[in-house]
Write a protein that binds this ligand. Sequence first.
Ligand SMILES: NC(=O)c1ccc[n+]([C@@H]2O[C@H](COP(=O)([O-])OP(=O)(O)OC[C@H]3O[C@@H](n4cnc5c(N)ncnc54)[C@H](OP(=O)(O)O)[C@@H]3O)[C@@H](O)[C@H]2O)c1
Length: 232
Amino acid sequence: MTRIALVTGANRGIGFEVCRQLALQGVQVILTSRNVAKGQAAADVLRNEGLEVTSHQLDVTDVESVMALQEEIDATFGRLDILINNAGVYLDEGVSIFDVSLEAMRLTQEVNFFGPFHLCRAFVPMMRLKDYGRIVNVSSGYGAMVDMGARTAAYRISKLALNALTRIVADEVKGYNIKVNAMCPGWVSTDMGGPAAPRTVDEGAEAITWLATLPDDGPTGGFFRDHQPIPW
Ligand SMILES: NC(=O)c1ccc[n+]([C@@H]2O[C@H](COP(=O)([O-])OP(=O)(O)OC[C@H]3O[C@@H](n4cnc5c(N)ncnc54)[C@H](OP(=O)(O)O)[C@@H]3O)[C@@H](O)[C@H]2O)c1
């Protein structure tokens, strides 16, 4: 059976590469982006490589459009097997918590936490009905309590909340064949990571693809980097 995957923030960066890697494994990929033209252009690149990828507009902060997409996927496929919560913003790099604007603090939580929250609430019920699901929350070491420290508070808090969401959802779906994991891709050379980052998007995406295609006896409720559990 062909698996169906939805990837958020997939017009560029790590999300785009995850779409390529999943499609190369025979997964039917729905590449989503907040800008419709950018999503179509990205999907065209992958289709020109012979991959089965469709695109759909999705701003993860817009709960109504999340629900509309859920209804469309339900009508078209009757299920969603893989959800990659990848879309993210990084607006307060190095900024003190005393200087970060309220707007940046709020927007960061809207995208990095509320986005995955809306998507989990929209799609987990379908996964329960089919007793199958793989959810990957693309987090960051910045969200780990063990390394919590000064600066970059908006981003850190958003990823900390995403990690909590991971544990909560994983526990709520206990007993189902649904795996919910958070991961850190490492420092990856994208628009967000910058050109000095040592990892390629290919390397950053690889562990996401691994968690997205876990076998039935794979881990759930974990936080990973390089396929290894890391402390929360
Ligand atoms: N790069 C790193 O070193 C690194 C390290 C740790 C964790 N991460 C995490 O990895 C994920 C991907 O990062 P990246 O490096 O690939 O970043 P990126 O190149 O900046 O790409 C971010 C993606 O998120 C999308 N996005 C932003 N706001 C959105 C919204 N409201 N709705 C839907 N999509 C939205 C962007 O769309 P637009 O093109 O429209 O802006 C873009 O497609 C993020 O969650 C990030 O926190 C990255």
